[in-house]
Each structure stands twice: as structure tokens, then as C-alpha cells.
Ligand binder design. Structure first.
Ligand SMILES: *[C@@H]1O[C@H](CO)[C@@H](O)[C@H](O)[C@H]1NC(C)=O
Ligand SMILES: *[C@@H]1O[C@H](CO)[C@@H](O)[C@H](O)[C@H]1NC(C)=O
Ligand SMILES: *[C@@H]1O[C@H](CO)[C@@H](O)[C@H](O)[C@H]1NC(C)=O
Ligand SMILES: *[C@@H]1O[C@H](CO)[C@@H](O)[C@H](O)[C@H]1NC(C)=O
Length: 678
């Protein structure tokens, strides 16, 4: 028990030390590297070689203890600015609100690491944590001018919207409110960070919520209304006066959330609250938005590749009718390419290519084998006249994945898919079956994302009632409509973007499901109908690649340091010239990592990529220096037959060196080949 404050203090000390260690100001270095980023944006050349000797000598600051160097590496942290705007009359948000909210938020949140839901498990055991952490910095203020404009707009919308027989909530199109908020955001967006608008316009006398697509609910179609919106650009708004809305699993199960008066989205509904209780609820809402939308968990680690290729492979049955409504490759491709053309999703010189292939189910024995092997059935009990057992079928996605991986070669041959020489290839198998009954993956899913492929299935069955409901009505799944589901799965497999309802929780040591943010603009989950991406997915896609690379660089740098330590330290292993170069390389490397972290925290992903690539040259050279020195040491030790030889670490650095050599020979593809080291 008593160890907790002590650990906390030593952690603080560590943080303090690491910031002092990291911020060695070297005049001129910044200018030099900024210049490099202009002349050599992809960092093909080793910047160390063109470094003026005056700068080199100012980099010769000797290394502190290796253990403290390692701790400075694993305590890199991204500060992230969150701008909270309280929009509402002074009765709801008196002038003291910002400072009270600020105190709640700072008390509740401390720095935390970036999390990975499914870490890779090859090469070395890997954890759910990246070595990099993040911490929110809040700027909270009241926006009175916005409040009156929004209130007027809302009043006129409420007056002109006829009430609906099907719902107690009036359905207001989100766009009329969004336009006003977006205008306000445009004025402020030069400030870097993410904006969260908390709107409370006072009682309007009518219950309302926002609809995200045109049209109303009907008996065969449930529309989920919401009270939030996540923009294409970096802002979120939450109308606390809307609702209360409720959406989640229909009966039971994980993630029953935005429901009941205790959920912070319903903070203003139910019994009147004290000012402090309201702000406490809002602080938990802001923190939830921070965790899910601003620093979401990575679904999987993703390594940089120059070329990303999505192969749509349509396995169609004899009777399958062309159905552009539900399976429209062009529209899926457009969803991604629109973002790419808008400088989202990709970094550096990456390119994204879509290819389509077709194969007739009848000509593909592997396909029919895979389907028949993975069909399973489950029994459910229904009460008609008496209890009746109903047997339904589903496909086991893991089994299907295994067979498809094992027979990839055969499948490529049948479908005429050429071998791609470069880049990351993501096959998207869509089984379009001549099958009359419902057949879903693992009972509930239209498509499932794996690390190396996406699998989707549809049959002639057109709809089913899902296990989800919103505002007391079941949500239907249109089983032939695959577009949106495929967009979500491709995002997960290609970019490691987590669905909006999944979050790794270190406290529970498991993945949490929470649907709070799964309405509005998100391609994930059963409650939204929109497949376009918000800033959440666009930023996550780019940040995931950079964080994975950064984590790799940290791990690899720790290897060098540990190998040094195993040989008795830098001074002992490295002789004169090597030592000088090592120290200079090290300081340059650390400087670039700090710059990459700072660029990431400003969401300048291009700059972060430049610094990471540039630091790879230094990392490689440090490995090489240590490797050669340890080889010489080994040779001399063999001559003199002296005992304690740190064989393990020598062979480790040899392995690392060989791997790096391999990478170095393919210098222009350096980043792309990183994943081969795992
Ligand atoms: C990289 O270095 C080579 C030779 O060292 C030089 O010719 C080339 O111009 C450099 N490229 C850039 C982009 O600086
Ligand atoms: C990130 O790096 C740490 C050590 O530096 C390692 O333990 C962890 O497994 C890495 N995570 C991933 C996802 O590679
Ligand atoms: C249950 O009801 C069905 C008709 O709905 C009937 O055919 C069947 O015999 C009944 N079973 C039992 C055990 O009563
Ligand atoms: C988390 O769960 C995994 C398996 O579910 C287990 O192996 C691991 O020890 C757990 N970690 C902690 C910190 O409880």
C-alpha cells in the first residue's frame, strides 16, 4: 500500500529527469534538420554525414548512466491539446464553470500509454502497451455568442418539425446545427488540437434528437437518433439538451451504455442536478471522448509500407444478381480515395490502390470447401404453440480464415490474381452465396477483419433483426448491404483503426465495449448508417503507423543500449573514434525522436514521419558500431580464453545487426521492410 505514493514520486522524478535529459538545446541543429526536411523529405540520405562539424561537436554530450537513458526513452509523452467550449446560458454555465471543470478533469486524468487491442505475438512477446504515452492539456472557455445563434436555429427547427407517431423524439437534421458550429470551429482551427463543444441551450419544451440521414423510421427500418456529431475536421459536439437517447445491445451483453439517467450523455435529463454534479458528469464525458476519439486504442500495430493494395475478391454464385446497392466496389473505393485526396489516411509517399477480381463459386473448389468446412449451427428455443427448437446456421470466421490462408496460393491461381511484389496486400474476400437462408459470420457479423484479410458473406436473405435496439426499437441488419461493413473492416485491417465502440482497458485487462460514440459519423457499429470517416478515423489511421514505427525505434534503441550494458558500458566497449561517433549518433537520434513526438502531438504527421525515417539512419549506425566492437571483443576473448563472455547479448546484437543489414541493403524500402523484423 505505502509503495504507491513512493512509486508515484519516483515516476514524477523520472519524468522530470527525462525532460531535463531530453531537452538539450543545440543551436543550429533545428535549422539544419528543417532544411534537410525540405531538400530530402523522404530522408533517403543520412543527415549525419552532411552535419557540419561544429554541430557534430556540440552533439558530443556524454551519455548518462545507461539505465537512465533507457528510462528517458520509455517515458516519451505526447501532450495533446483539448479545447472544451461550454455553450449555453449563464444559468447552466456560470463563469466559474471552466475552472471547476478544469479541476475535475486534471484530477481525473494522468498520463497513460497508447494501447493496442491485438498486439502482434511474433518475434518477441509483445504487450498491450506502446512505450509512448499521451496526456491531455485542457483549455476550457464559455462561448456565449454561439449559444444564442444555436438557440434561435433550434427553436425554429422545433417549431417547423411535425411530431412523429413512431417516436417521442422530434427528429432534427444534424446539419443545421453542425453548420453553425463548424463556422465557429473554422475561426479557431489555426489553434492546434481538438475542439469539444458541450451545448446546453436550456429547456425547449419539446424532446428532440438529431437524425444523420434523410428519412424517418418505418416498421421495417429503425433510425437511430443521437445527440452528438464528430466532424470531418477535428471537432466534436454534444447537445446535452437533446434526447435522452438510448442505443445498445437489445437484451443483454457487453456495452449496454448510453441508457438511463446515470449515463453522462443524459446529464441534463432526470432530476435537477447541482452545478458541481453536472460538471462532474461533463468531465467524465470529456474524458470518454478523449479516450475513444482522440487517443483511441490501436486495433493492431501497423507497419509503414509505401504501397497499400486492397484486392476485392468477389466469389459469386451462379444465380447471384449484380447488386450495386449492397456491394459497390466503386463506392467503397471512393470513401477511401476521397480522404486520400484530402490528405487524410496516408503519410509521406504512400499510395493506395484498389483492384477487383471475380471468381465463380462453382469454379473454385477451395471456396466451396472453405464454406462447407466452416458452416456451424446453433439451436435456439422459441415459444410458438409450445417450445420449439430452431436450428440456424452460421459461418465460423476463424475456421474460414484458416482455410483461406492455407489455400491462398490456389485461390490466386483460380481467380487469376497476380503476385504483388511490393507493398502490403489486403485481400477482401466476399462470398456472395446462392443460399436462401441467413448465413452470417460468427452469427452476427457481415464482415470480419483479420490482420491479413477481410472476409464478408451475404446470401439471398435480405434482412434480419439484430440483437441491438435504439430507443426501444430493434435495429435491423440489411444482410445484402455490405459496403459500410467492408469500409469498417478495411480500416481495421489496413490501418489498425479500432471500431468506435472498442477500447483496451488496462484496468480490466481486456477490451471494453461502449457504444456511446457509435452514432453519427462513424463507419463502425450497428447504429450509424454513415460510411464516411470523421477526423477520428483519419487521424488514427496515420497516427497508428507512426506510433508503431516510433515504438519499434524505441525497442530497437533499447536493444543497442542493453547490448552496450552487457559489455560493460559504452566507454568499455567502444574505443576512441567509435565512442565519439556513437555518442553523437545517440544524441542526434534522441533529438530526432523528441522532434517526432512533438510533431505527432501537433498532429503534423508528415513531419513526424520525416524525423522517424531520419532517425533510422542513426539507429542503424549505432547497431553497426556496437556490432563491430563486440565482434572485435569476441575475437580477442577467444584468443585469450577469458571467461565471462556475454554470449547471449553478443548473438543478440549479431541477429539485430544482420536484420538491419538486410534492411539497409534495401534502403529505399526501409520502412516497408520493418515488419519483416518482427
Ligand atoms: C543524397 O546524397 C547523394 C550523394 O551523397 C547526393 O547526390 C544526393 O543529391 C543526395 N540527395 C538528397 C535528396 O539530398
Ligand atoms: C512497444 O515497445 C515495447 C518495448 O519498447 C514492447 O514491449 C511492446 O511490445 C511494443 N509494442 C508493440 C505493439 O510493438
Ligand atoms: C408443438 O407444436 C407443434 C405445432 O405447432 C406440433 O406439431 C408439435 O407436435 C407440438 N409438440 C409437442 C411436444 O406438443
Ligand atoms: C491479462 O490477461 C491475460 C490473459 O487473459 C493474462 O495472461 C495476463 O497475465 C493478465 N495480465 C494481468 C496484468 O492481469
Amino acid at each position: 500500500m505505502t509503495s504507491t505514493p513512493i512509486t508515484a514520486i519516483s515516476l514524477l522524478l523520472l519524468l522530470f529527469l527525462s525532460t531535463t535529459v531530453s531537452s538539450v538545446p543545440i543551436s543550429g541543429l533545428d535549422t539544419f534538420l528543417t532544411h534537410q526536411s525540405r531538400v530530402d523529405p523522404h530522408s533517403n540520405n543520412d543527415s549525419f554525414l552532411s552535419l557540419p562539424s561544429s554541430l557534430k561537436s556540440s552533439l558530443s554530450i556524454s551519455l548518462p548512466q545507461i539505465s537512465s537513458v533507457i528510462s528517458s526513452l520509455v517515458s516519451l509523452s505526447l501532450p495533446i491539446s483539448l479545447h472544451v467550449r461550454l455553450v449555453g446560458p449563464t444559468t447552466t454555465f456560470p463563469s466559474s464553470s471552466p475552472s471547476i471543470l478544469h479541476s475535475y478533469l486534471s484530477a481525473a486524468h494522468s498520463a497513460s500509454r497508447f494501447h493496442v487491442i491485438y498486439p502482434s505475438s511474433t518475434f518477441r512477446e509483445s504487450s498491450h502497451f506502446l512505450s509512448v504515452s499521451h496526456s491531455p492539456h485542457f483549455d476550457i472557455s464559455i462561448s456565449p455568442s454561439l449559444s444564442s445563434r444555436l438557440s434561435q436555429t433550434l427553436d425554429s427547427l422545433l417549431a417547423s418539425t411535425p411530431s412523429s407517431l413512431r417516436s417521442q423524439l422530434l427528429s432534427i437534421p444534424f446539419s443545421s446545427i453542425d453548420e453553425i458550429i463548424k463556422q465557429d470551429f473554422e475561426k479557431e482551427k489555426s489553434i492546434n488540437g481538438i475542439f469539444i463543444y458541450l451545448i446546453s441551450l436550456g429547456s425547449k419544451g419539446k424532446k428532440y434528437a438529431y437524425s444523420y440521414t434523410p428519412g424517418d423510421s418505418s416498421p421495417g427500418f429503425t433510425k437511430c437518433l443521437g445527440s452528438i456529431w464528430t466532424g470531418k475536421e477535428r471537432y466534436v459536439w454534444i447537445d446535452l439538451g437533446a434526447g435522452p437517447v438510448d442505443y445498445g445491445p437489445g437484451l443483454s451483453g457487453d456495452g449496454v451504455l448510453p441508457r438511463g439517467e446515470f449515463h453522462p450523455l443524459a446529464a441534463l435529463h432526470g432530476r435537477p442536478k447541482s452545478q458541481k454534479a453536472l460538471l462532474a458528469d461533463l468531465s467524465s464525458l470529456v474524458l470518454s471522448a478523449y479516450q475513444v476519439l482522440v487517443v483511441p486504442s490501436l486495433r493492431i500495430p501497423v507497419y509503414f509500407e509505401n504501397t497499400l493494395i486492397v484486392q476485392f475478391i468477389h466469389v459469386y454464385g451462379a444465380e447471384s444478381i449484380p447488386d450495386p446497392g449492397g456491394l459497390d466496389w466503386k463506392s467503397i473505393e471512393r470513401t477511401f480515395m476521397d480522404e486520400v485526396n484530402d490528405n487524410g489516411l496516408l503519410v509521406g509517399d504512400q499510395s493506395l490502390i484498389f483492384k477487383t477480381y471475380k471468381v465463380n463459386f462453382a469454379d473454385c473448389s477451395v471456396c466451396s470447401f472453405a464454406i462447407s468446412k466452416s458452416i456451424n449451427s446453433y439451436t435456439s428455443r422459441f415459444l410458438f404453440d409450445n417450445y420449439t427448437l430452431i436450428v440456424s446456421e452460421y459461418l465460423d470466421s476463424k475456421k474460414l480464415h484458416q482455410i483461406m490462408s492455407e489455400s491462398a496460393e490456389e485461390l490466386r491461381r483460380v481467380a487469376g490474381i497476380p503476385e504483388e511484389d511490393f507493398g502490403r496486400v489486403l485481400p477482401v474476400y466476399v462470398f456472395d452465396l446462392d443460399y436462401n437462408s441467413l448465413l452470417m459470420l460468427d452469427r452476427f457479423h457481415q464482415s470480419v477483419a483479420f490482420r491479413d484479410m477481410v472476409i464478408a458473406v451475404r446470401t439471398k436473405n435480405t434482412q434480419t433483426v439484430s440483437d441491438y435496439s435504439c430507443n426501444g426499437r430493434h435495429v435491423f441488419t440489411y444482410t445484402r448491404e455490405l459496403d459500410r461493413s467492408l469500409v469498417g473492416s478495411i480500416l481495421q485491417s489496413m490501418w489498425g483503426v479500432s471500431p468506435t465502440h472498442l477500447l483496451w482497458s488496462p484496468m480490466h485487462n481486456s477490451t471494453l465495449v461502449d457504444y456511446t460514440w457509435s452514432v453519427g459519423q462513424t463507419p463502425f457499429g450497428p447504429f450509424s448508417e454513415i460510411s464516411s470517416l470523421s477526423f477520428v478515423q483519419k487521424d488514427a489511421a496515420r497516427r497508428n503507423v507512426l506510433l508503431t514505427s516510433l515504438n519499434y525505434s524505441i525497442t530497437s534503441a533499447i536493444d543497442v543500449l542493453e547490448s552496450l550494458a552487457a559489455h560493460g558500458g559504452d566507454r568499455k566497449l567502444l574505443k576512441r573514434n567509435r565512442h565519439v561517433e556513437f555518442v553523437q549518433r545517440w544524441n542526434l537520434f534522441k533529438y530526432k525522436l523528441d522532434k517526432a513526438v512533438s510533431a505527432l502531438s501537433h498532429m503534423d504527421f508528415e513531419m513526424a514521419l520525416f524525423y522517424l525515417r531520419s532517425s533510422d539512419h542513426d539507429l542503424y549506425n549505432m547497431h553497426s558500431l556496437v556490432y563491430h566492437a563486440s565482434q572485435e571483443l569476441e575475437a580477442s576473448l577467444v584468443c585469450f580464453k577469458d571467461p565471462p563472455v556475454p554470449w547471449a547479448s553478443i548473438s543478440m546484437s549479431a541477429v539485430v545487426f544482420l536484420v538491419l543489414c538486410y534492411v539497409y541493403t534495401k534502403r529505399e524500402k526501409l520502412f516497408r521492410n520493418k515488419r519483416k523484423q518482427f
